[in-house]
Design a protein around this ligand. Sequence first.
Ligand code: PMP
Length: 353
Amino acid sequence: MSGWEQNVRQVTPYTPGEQPRVLGRIIKLNTNENPYPPAPGVTRVLESFQTDALRLYPDPQATELVQALSEVYAVPQDQIFVGVGSDDVLAMAFLTFFSAGKEIWFPDISYSFYDVWAALYRIPYRQIPVSEDLSVHAEDYYGAPGGVVIANPNAPTGLLFSLSAEEIEEIIRHNQDCVVIIDEAYIDFGGVSVLPLIQKYDNLLVVQTFSKSRSLAGLRIGYAFGSKKLIDYLQAAKFAFNSYTMNRLTVALGAAALADDVYFRQTCDRIITTRERMKKEMSSLGFVFPDSKTNFLFVKHPDRSGKEIFEALRERNIYVRHWDRPRISEYNRITVGTEEEVDLLLQALREIL
Ligand code: PMP
C-alpha cells in the first residue's frame, strides 16, 4: 500500500439492491419499493413548481416539510429531524449518538447498513443472534454499553418485533444511559409505532421514511422523532456537516405527499391485502416464511436452494433479493408488488418448482 493510502479511511460499503437502468419487462421486487405511484398531489406540485426558486438555497430547517410532519403525527416541530432518506437520518444518528467508543448492539440479522455505519465511524458493535425462528428478544438488549438499534418490523425477515410497544419500552427502560434507535421503515404496513414513547423517554429516537409507504424512494426523505434534546444534538451534527441536505423540490413534494392521508392509507391497505394473498399462495406452493408485517416476504423452500430460486426468477425477468450469507442464504426477500405482478411471480414459481 503506498504511503498516502495508509492515511485513507478505508471502508467496505453497503451493497444496495440492483437498480436496472431500463425497466422494460422486468418485474422489480428486489428493493421494497411501493408498486403504486406517489399521491396525486405530488404530481400537481411538481407540475406547478417554479424553477426560478432553485436559484436560491433551500430553507436549512426544511420548515414546510417539518410542519407537515408535525401536523400529521401530532409531534412538536422541535422534536422532528429530516434527512435524505432514513439512511441519511440513521447515518447522522450513528455519528451523533454513538461517539463514546462504547459497544452498540443490534441483531445479527437486520438491516445490513448498521454494521457499515458502525465500521465507518469506528463504533464498536455486537451483533446479537436472532433465534432459529428469526425472532428478536427484548431481554437480549438490556444494558447495552453504548446504544441499541432495532428495526421494527425487522428487515429482511419482515417480523414485527412485538405486537405491543411494551417489549420495546422494556429495552428503553433497561438502557437509560445510551440512545435507543427504533428503525420503523416498514411500520405502516401493519405494525404499531413506538412514537408515543418519545414523550416519556428522552433517549429514544424513532426513524421512519417516505420510501416505502409513501411511494417516494426516488425522492429521498427520511425523518426521526425524539426528545427536543436528542433532536437538538442531531441538528447540531447535521449543521456541522451539511446545512442543505433537503432541497427545495424535495421539501415541496414531501409536504404534498403528507397532505393526502386517504391516498396513503388506501395504498398501504392495498399492499397489505396483496401481501396476505401472497402468503396464502406461497404457503400452498410449499414456501415457508416468517409472518411478515411489511411490504415484503422472506421466503425459503424445502426443495430448492435460495440461490436456485433467485436465479430461476431472474431468468424470467423477475428480480428479488438474495444474500449469500450465513443463516439467510436459503431465503429470498420478495417485495409485495401489484396484484398482477404477484400473479406473474406465482406463475413463475409454479413453473420453477
Ligand atoms: N431501514 C431499513 C430497515 C430499510 O430496509 C431501509 C431500506 N433499504 C432503510 C432503513 C433506508 O430507507 P431509505 O433511506 O430509503 O429511507
